[in-house]
Design a protein around this ligand. Structure first.
Ligand code: GLN
Length: 543
């Protein structure tokens, strides 16, 4: 029997609802249950693919090629369950599907309304594509009281009614602010938020109260009384030092026990050894390395969420604390001195994924620094493309080497990809296509050369990694790049798409066309990040 847990948020945004859902998923898994996590986003974009990373954070890509909300990254990192296209939906997607059906005449002339047509589409999403899951956790994006949230809240209210208490549980995440001047924790915003939820017909079963301070018993009683929940269902979600401490912290507060008791499931204890181990490796490292991340969206670190987590995982595997030095690539464009000033004290350099010309020359300068000073380098997607341009310009006798992403000038080593195969299907795109959802997206196979760094790291010949890009290094430059010291050590199965480049004359210089950070987990750190951090530590020891 599949049970559904609906997670809403109130008072303010950024309460860590996604993390809370992910941690609860991990706890239920640790009790032996099969879980699935889903996100329902009330915004009007069809998917987050075209949203600015500095506004909305990173776009998380699934194996099956969906561009999704970054919370899905938390879900995967905490549970290891790979998300699918069917795990994230937005108002935009729901409406575009409903409207397409209306145009096709599927509604047989009915007047299309929010209730029941939109709410039915939301409910169908919740029930869709399930097999033998014990729990489906559905996080509703946004904050209760937002106009956009209403159809989603109405849909989950109806689901609660259909499923009954035995199969549905409502968790509401709120904030209990601490007012310094009064020296008090205030429960009123939580009371109001629950009232708001009740006004749309939803009575929360469990409250997760985010707070910086301990919550005294009498306050807990007050919240229970006003919000119509039992005192044990008021779970304190105190800030913790590290996100991987969250599952254990929430377990100690009784979250998973409360959920099980709600559903009348017996209270077998979860096995938390995985999380205790991660916490220990993170909290008690043997050393520290500093990685420079040279990017364009450094003003909002959520735009590189999976990346910073993957670097942390690489650190956990090596028992090292990984300090990140965020560098705006435009700051490296003034002079070589500026580059040295920013990069001379780091253990390794990483250029992450990116789009557009702005800041690209700064990234190329950072790559030149890494190559010349033998600093370990990892280039991801755009970071690989720029590494190719750097080598071609500096060593390949192609000073005009360029990417067609920057316009028609120069010698285009990196060009718009117009055809590639996905499974057995030929995919084609042209310059005129929409920007949304038209990139090469999702997991693709890649074959690794014997004797390469990556073959050694992965310990495997064939890998599957997730992509999100429009441009591609032209394989016709393979020999020219090789002469300049750069090998193509990973290619698509048909040999037409370069997926990985390396410099064998360098201690650790790897560029990958895919996004390895999307598949890293704290309990299964990605081999490239493990190798990259180990190389960073080695360099620190040698210099
Ligand atoms: N802008 C580049 C492309 O579309 C790189 C994309 C990325 O780094 N994700 O190919």
């Amino acid at each position: 029997m599949t049970r559904f847990i609906f997670i809403t948020g109130g008072v303010v945004s950024s309460l860590g609802k996604g993390l809370g859902a992910a941690a609860l998923g991990a706890l239920l898994q640790a009790r032996g249950f099969k879980v699935r996590l889903r996100k329902l986003d009330p915004y009007l974009n069809v998917d987050p693919g075209t949203m600015s990373p500095t506004q909305h954070g990173e776009v998380f890509v699934t194996d099956d090629g969906a561009e999704t909300d970054l919370d899905l990254g938390h879900y995967e990192r905490f549970t290891g369950v790979h998300n699918k296209k069917t795990d994230n939906v937005t108002t935009g997607r729901i409406y575009s599907d409903v409207l397409a059906r209306e145009r096709r005449g599927d509604y047989l002339g009915a007047t299309i309304q929010v209730i029941p047509h939109v709410t039915d589409a939301i409910k169908a999403f919740v029930y869709n594509d399930l097999t033998d899951e014990d729990f489906v956790l559905c996080e509703i994006g946004g904050t209760v009281g937002d106009i956009e949230s209403l159809p989603f809240l109405e849909a989950i209210r109806q689901l609660g009614n259909e499923l009954g208490r035995e199969r549905a549980c409502f968790i509401h995440v709120t904030l209990i602010p601490y007012i310094k001047a009064a020296g008090e924790l205030k429960t009123k915003p939580t009371q109001h938020s629950v009232k708001e939820l009740q006004s749309v017909g939803i009575q929360p079963d469990i409250l997760m109260c985010r707070t910086e301070q301990e919550l005294p018993q009498d306050q807990r009683g007050k919240i229970a009384l006003f919000c119509n929940v039992s005192k044990d269902a008021v779970i304190l979600a105190k800030d913790v030092a590290n996100i991987y401490d969250v599952p254990v912290a929430y377990h100690e507060q009784g979250l998973d026990a409360q959920v099980c008791s709600h559903f009348g499931l017996d209270g077998k204890s979860p096995d938390l050894s995985r999380w205790n181990g991660i916490s220990d490796a993170y909290t008690n490292p043997d050393g520290e390395v500093t990685v420079a991340v040279v990017g364009k969206y450094v003003s909002l670190q959520d735009s590189y969420k999976s990346l910073s987590e993957a670097l942390t995982h690489g650190g956990i595997a090596n028992r090292l604390r990984v300090k990140l030095k965020w560098i705006d690539s435009e700051d490296l464009e003034q002079s070589d001195e500026a580059v040295a000033e920013h990069l001379s004290d780091v253990s390794a350099i990483l250029v992450p994924g990116g789009f557009g010309k702005r800041g690209s020359e700064g990234k190329i300068r950072a790559i030149a620094y890494a190559r010349e000073h033998k600093v370990p380098y990892l280039g991801i997607c755009f970071g690989m493309q720029m590494a190719v341009l750097e080598t071609a310009r500096a060593l390949g006798g192609m000073p005009e080497a360029n990417s067609s992403e920057f316009g028609p000038d120069g010698e285009q080593l990196v060009g718009l990809m117009t055809e590639w195969t996905s499974g057995n299907e030929l995919q084609t795109r042209s310059e005129e296509d929409d920007l949304g959802g038209t990139m090469r997206l999702g997991a693709y196979e890649c074959h690794l050369n014997a004797g390469s760094i990556v073959r050694d790291m992965y310990g495997d010949k064939v890998i599957f990694e997730r992509h999100r890009h429009r441009y591609e290094v032209n394989v016709a430059y393979k020999d020219a790049l090789e002469k300049a010291g750069m090998t193509m050590s990973g290619l698509s199965p048909d040999g037409s798409l370069p997926e990985i480049v390396e410099r064998p004359d360098h201690p650790w210089f790897v560029g990958v066309q895919f996004h390895p950070e999307l598949k890293s987990k704290p309990f299964e750190p990605h081999p490239l990040f493990v190798g990259f951090i180990a190389a960073a530590e080695k360099r620190d020891r040698l210099v």
